[in-house]
Design a binder for this molecule. Structure first.
Ligand code: NAP
Length: 494
């Protein structure tokens, strides 16, 4: 609790534009400490050093943000599409110009290696650029009339205020991926960033302010999620919710959204299978496996969790993968290692528990297996072989740098095992047989299937999952759907 929150953190962050650092929330075009005088602390996961305090807003402040977004909606949605597009374009350029500073802020509060942070800024900016272009596209469709003497049109109209709730693992790109689509559609936005990583979102808000969005179009509300998000869920003026985070919280929001029948996008957890058939290019499969497992230090919803390798190449794959993993470097994100710290103690404990459980059930540790160093939040990149199906790691999201490998004997068996999960975000497949690629891609119950490569995401493709990995899609033209309603107009001209 503090009533003397400074508008910016006092510790030096060595930014070329220190004004990007904000401790206040951004509501109705103003930076605010909120009405309750409360704050929360943000620490560096490398060493627990206090980075700064951030305003913790009250429920009443959060309602004020919806008031501002609602008041701005008529103005924002009635701008010419090219005017909305120009503002998004300006925002994109400012994000690109501030890339180094934004990446540094992210690495300091989130821990990810600095080159991955730079990559996330580019990735996040690409959605702003993409939706700046989509904002200009026609949103009217003519339909062949089914009635005599009548003409039929479909209009896509913005739903109103959209609430965006984002996680800590991609603290910048998850915000821009949602906000750019909502703003392009003509919606206004209230956003809640993860309390672990609010500075990245506030820096993006600073750039939105400089881009010239009208007051109330884009608001960032910091503080306890249960306090500031809850009023949005019951507020009938909030017409869409876009959430990225854990499946548990996603289910809670799904139920809460039912009360006012909000549009929903849920980007939830994953449990990606990584399947290697014996006809695969093994060196390439190993390279891709390292990327699929260890990017973002394993804290990635797209992270491969379960590696299934066909028996004839099983031992070779395990040996090569373990060898490549042993060479990964670990350290503070600013040193640009391969693996940075985990986000918090809970994440670290989960790695230990899942490894302990797998070993108890007969898994072999090929490399890693425990913490790195005596203190801090580092976990050694770990490869487990012969992991049985009943091990926790084969059922639960790991969200850390632990790979679990098991052998398989035939195609039907492995596809059945890959699908045997409540999740359905992404599946990775390595084989050179085109017919098998087709069969497997059809059978896998995942929103995204990556064949012979790992990186498949980008602004033009629809990102999203099946089953309990979520609802709706982000990116691509489909990313606009949750933020628009279809209105059907039938005009009689007889
Ligand atoms: P999380 O705990 O679910 O938090 C996500 C967001 O929800 C944060 O802003 C959090 O705010 C907020 N929140 C927490 N409790 C809430 C409540 N009761 N009501 C409303 N909002 C609430 O998830 P996380 O740990 O940050 O992120 C990791 C998870 O995200 C993983 O499961 C991962 O798979 C998933 N993820 C999915 C995707 C995808 O696109 N499918 C992408 C990235 C991550 P506070 O921080 O203030 O609690």
């Amino acid at each position: 609790m503090s009533d003397t929150l400074a508008e910016r953190p006092k510790v030096p962050w060595d930014l070329s534009r220190p004004t990007l650092l904000r401790s206040f929330a951004y509501v109705n075009g103003r930076w605010t400490a909120g009405s309750g005088g409360e704050t929360f602390a943000v620490t560096n996961p490398v060493d627990g050093v206090h980075l700064g305090d951030v305003a913790s807003l009250t429920a009443a402040d959060s309602v004020n943000a919806v008031d501002a977004a609602e008041a701005c909606f008529a103005r924002w949605s009635s701008l010419l599409p090219q005017q909305r597009s120009a503002m998004l374009r300006r925002w994109f350029e400012l994000i690109r110009e501030s890339k180094e500073d934004l990446a540094r802020i992210m690495t300091l509060e989130q821990g990810k290696p600095i080159s991955e942070a730079r990559g996330e800024i580019d990735y996040g900016a690409s959605f702003v650029e993409f939706f700046a272009e989509e904002a200009r596209r026609p949103n009217i469709e003519s339909v062949t009339s089914h009635l005599p003497d009548a003409e039929v049109e479909l209009w896509r109209e913005p739903v109103g205020v959209a609430a965006l709730i984002t996680p800590w693992n991609f603290p910048s790109a998850m915000l821009t991926r949602k906000a750019a689509a909502a703003l392009a559609a003509g919606c206004t936005v209230v956003a809640h960033p993860s309390s672990e990583t609010p500075f990245s979102a506030l820096a993006i808000a600073e750039l939105a302010e400089r881009a010239g969005f009208p007051a109330g179009a884009f608001n960032v509300v910091t503080g306890s999620a249960s306090r500031v998000v809850e009023p949005w869920m019951s507020d009938p003026r909030v017409r869409a919710i876009s959430f990225t985070g854990s499946t548990g919280i996603g289910k809670l929001l799904y139920a809460q959204a039912a009360q006012t029948v909000k549009r929903l996008v849920l980007e939830l957890g994953g449990h990606a299978p990584f399947i290697v058939f014996s006809d695969a290019d093994l060196d390439r499969a190993v390279d891709e496996a390292v990327k699929a497992k260890f990017a973002t230090s394993g804290q990635d919803c797209l992270g491969a969790n379960r590696f299934f390798v066909e028996r004839p190449v099983y031992e070779k794959f395990c040996a090569l993968f373990a060898e490549r993993t042993e060479h990964l470097t670990i350290g503070p994100g600013l040193d640009d290692p391969d693996i940075g710290p985990l986000m918090n103690g809970k994440a670290l404990a989960k790695q230990e528990e899942q490894v302990g459980d797998a070993v108890e059930r007969g898994a072999r540790v090929l490399t890693g297996g425990g913490r790195h160093g005596d203190d801090g939040l580092f976990f050694k990149p770990t490869v487990l072989a012969d992991v049985p199906t009943d091990a926790r790691i084969m059922r639960e999201e790991t969200f850390g740098p632990v790979a679990a490998i098991a052998p398989f004997d035939n195609e039907d068996e492995v596809l059945q095992r890959a699908n045997d999960t409540e999740y359905g975000l992404v599946a990775y497949l390595h084989t050179q047989d085109p017919r098998r690629i087709y069969r497997a891609s059809r059978t896998l119950q995942f929103g995204m299937v990556a064949v012979n490569r790992t990186k498949v995401t980008g602004a033009p493709i629809p990102f999203g999952g099946m089953k309990q990995s979520g609802l709706g899609r982000e990116g691509s033209r489909l990313g606009l759907e949750a933020f628009t309603d279809v209105k059907y107009v039938c005009r009689d001209w007889s």
